[in-house]
Structures are given as C-alpha cells and as structure tokens.
Ligand binder design. Sequence first.
Ligand code: SAM
Length: 251
Amino acid sequence: MQHKARKRFGQNFLIDSQIIERIVATIAPRAKDNLIEIGPGKGALTLPLLENLNAMKVIEIDRDLIALLESQNHKKLTVIEADALIFDFGQLEEKARIVGNLPYNISSPLLFHLLEHRSNVIDMTFMLQKEVVDRIVAPHGSKTYGRLSVMLQAFFDVELMFSVPKESFDPQPKIESAIIYFKPRTDAALSESTLLQKVVKAAFSQRRKTLRNCLKSILTQEQTDIDLSQRAEMLSVDEFINLTKDYAKQN
Ligand code: SAM
C-alpha cells in the first residue's frame, strides 16, 4: 500500500536502519514492558521494538496508516486510533513506557499533555526537533532556557541522548532532530503544575524585563526571598519552585 506523507500530521518517516537500531537500543525494551508508541507511522520503530516485547500498543491518528499496520496482522500489536493530544493516559491499567518519533508540529502541547499524566509514566524516549531538545535540557543562565526547560525539568530528569541528521528521514525535515530521555523525578517538590505554569509563563513573558516587572500581578518582592531584580533566565528550576510556593502562600 502506498502512503503519501501528510504534512498536517507531521509525517517524516525514519528510513535509516542504523539510527533505528540505535533508538531501539536506547529504549532497551524488555519482554514484559508496557510500551506505548505515539505515532507508529509505517512501523519503522514499531516492528523492531515488537520483536523484543510480549505485547505493545500504538496510538496513531492517520486512518490510512492504521489500515496499513492492521493489514500486516501483527499478533502482539494493539493499534489505538486516537489523537495523542487528548488521549487519556490515565485510563491505562499499569504505568507505561512511552516512546515515539513525535510529530514536530505538536511536540510542545504533547509534552505538556504528558506532563499532566506523569503519574502513569515509567519513562519516555522521544525524537524531537534538536532545537526543542536543546530548549528542554538547557541550564539556567543560557539563552535557550525558558518555559519548556523549567516546566519539564521540574517534574522529569531529562537527558539529550544523541542527534539525528535530517537525511535519516523521508521526507527530509528542514532541521536536525535528537533523541531525548525523560524520567519522572521521584523528588519532585511540587505535587501539581498549575501554579508553576502560571509563574513561569508570566516570568518569561518578557525575557528582557526583570522578574519584578513580569510578576507584578502575581507577587511582590516583600512576598519572597528570591531576588526579583534578576531576569527569568537567571533563576534555577528550584528557585522557580520556591517562588511558586511563595505565590501559593498568598492564595
Ligand atoms: N514512527 C514513524 C517513523 O519514525 O517513521 C512515524 C513518525 S512521524 C514523525 C509522526 C507520526 O505521528 C505519524 O505517523 C503521524 O501520523 C502521527 N501523528 C501525528 N499527529 C498525531 C496525533 N495527534 N496523535 C497520534 N499520532 C499522530
């Protein structure tokens, strides 16, 4: 069956067998893992992963690709037709390992959706645009440090695994990609993300302004020990967490 790549579903299919092998080795699937792949496409990662597993689930939005996968009749594979952006990962009976070469056009909202479902997650290994991975793992003080870095590092340990050149895909994307690993933090200092989200969004709303300015409507210098004459990018993830705790005390 021929399939024409659909831009609106962010379809760039992996065609580089060495890279595929390296991603599978990084995931290191064990037979009993509850592994879920987001966006299996034509199965570039799915089939080698399946070889190592007793069972596997995939979530795909494109009906033509679902038909293609189902026509191959893989006994151990469950294909779920769904939009991963609204899929309720909370409905899973056991915690899952989540993997995927994610559609780049929805990578940030998808990561925020998964953040809300982190209690159902053992770990996550994703391919993303290299530029997005750089932003996620950025340390404070760097130019790429921002909302994505703070929100994800507050709840996950994150690690850039390796870069993937654009030649590894068909069709070729314009930019480089990278593999990133996420493990939920057992020492996460906040139980939920809503207030942190509000503080971080306001803090980075105008990067050049001081925190005092950006957080005006949220909290004042008198309400926190954190020096608000700094700019948002200077604050570590832990300081953002403390700021959020100070903000929570006001409510
Ligand atoms: N895993 C395949 C590979 O590596 O060759 C395909 C990766 S391609 C970058 C992204 C895949 O995600 C496509 O199969 C696409 O149809 C699917 N997809 C796009 N948006 C989705 C969504 N909201 N929910 C689930 N799957 C989606």
